[in-house]
Design a protein around this ligand. Structure first.
Ligand code: SF4
Length: 315
């Protein structure tokens, strides 16, 4: 029987201009096809920090500057100093957010940029200092160190995109699951279907989480769930190396390999080598694993989030 994974909807905070709202300084929107496609799978919370602090559309450009090791925001054409206004807005926006699973912000922006924002040495924007981040993004990165925060520019990189998608769909699943888990065995089942995904990220954290789950009892379940959430977020925060991924794929394959004939085994191991050398896509390898899981009716493998961490159409 075909196993169809149901994905929880990630709750993402998104720069409003990336969701086609005409809020940019020049009144135009930004069309990023991947971001728009992804948002179709998500609950979206839009934000435009510059409009929120009272700058109109269109507006004169604002800039980030760095002075005495502090970052600030100003509008050179009017001489407006905007640092405090942006800090206050960012603080109150964050305080009023529901629990979210990640952020996609607009690259290069003096407010939203996660990367490639121009930073100047002076409020007038006369002397370039370096590339950096926008002021709103800085606050988000500081407050949500365990959540994925990316911009549409960085998400054009296939590996960064894959890691971002794995995280936001895993965190959405975690958020909704933790709300409904009332019994120890429900936590065990959640942990079990995420085992290989966690293993790929961190064997150390996986073992730590395994011990925590084993220590869970009905009376300490709420405390265990809080610790589990923190460990889960930490475990998946770092991008796995190819070696870690391959090791996990081989572990998963170990469930089935004794049922395959020698030719099939050697063929799969050759595909793993091809993946290591970068001449085969991860997805192809996963499809082989899934096909074997179906053939031998391995419910355990079919349910592993590692095999299909996010909807295939986002590949
Ligand atoms: S980058 Fe951020 S501040 Fe600028 S228009 Fe987009 S949402 Fe608004």
């Amino acid at each position: 029987m075909l196993y169809v994974r149901e994905f929880r909807k990630p709750r993402l905070v998104v720069s409003a201009c990336l969701n086609l709202k005409p809020v940019r300084y020049n009144g135009q929107d930004v069309r990023d096809e991947f971001v728009l496609k992804l948002l179709g799978y998500c609950q979206v919370i839009e934000v435009c920090p510059e409009v929120a602090i009272g700058l109109g559309v269109p507006r004169d450009k604002i800039i980030v500057y760095k002075k005495d090791s502090q970052y600030g925001l100003s509008q050179p054409s009017t001489g407006l100093e905007l640092t405090d206004r942006m800090h206050q807005f960012a603080q109150s926006f964050i305080e009023n957010l529901p629990e979210v699973d990640g952020f996609i912000l607009k690259s290069k922006s003096p407010s939203c940029g996660v990367s490639n924002t121009k930073v100047y040495k002076d409020k007038e924007g006369k002397e370039f200092y370096s590339k950096g981040k926008g002021l709103f993004a800085m606050k988000v990165l500081e407050e949500f160190e365990l959540l994925p925060v990316e911009d549409e520019g960085r998400l054009k990189n296939q590996e960064l995109r894959h890691h971002f998608l794995v995280r936001v769909f895993a965190i959405a699943d975690l958020r909704e699951s933790l709300m409904s888990i009332k019994k120890v065995n429900e936590l065990m089942l959640f942990h079990q279907r995420n085992k290989y995904m966690l293993m790929a990220h961190s064997q150390v954290k996986l073992r730590e989480m395994g011990r925590l789950v084993a220590s869970a009892k009905e009376e300490n379940l709420p405390q265990v769930l809080t610790q589990y959430r923190e460990l889960f977020l930490r475990a998946i925060s770092r991008r796995p190396s190819k070696g870690q991924e391959v090791n996990t794929i081989l572990h998963a394959f170990g469930h089935l390999s004794s049922k395959l004939n020698r030719g099939e085994r050697e063929h799969f191991l050759k595909l793993v080598e091809d993946y290591k050398r970068g001449v085969l896509q991860r997805r192809t390898l996963m499809e082989f694993l899934k096909a074997y899981a179906y053939r031998f009716e391995s419910q355990y493998l079919m349910e592993q989030t590692f095999l299909e961490p996010y909807p295939e159409s986002l590949n």
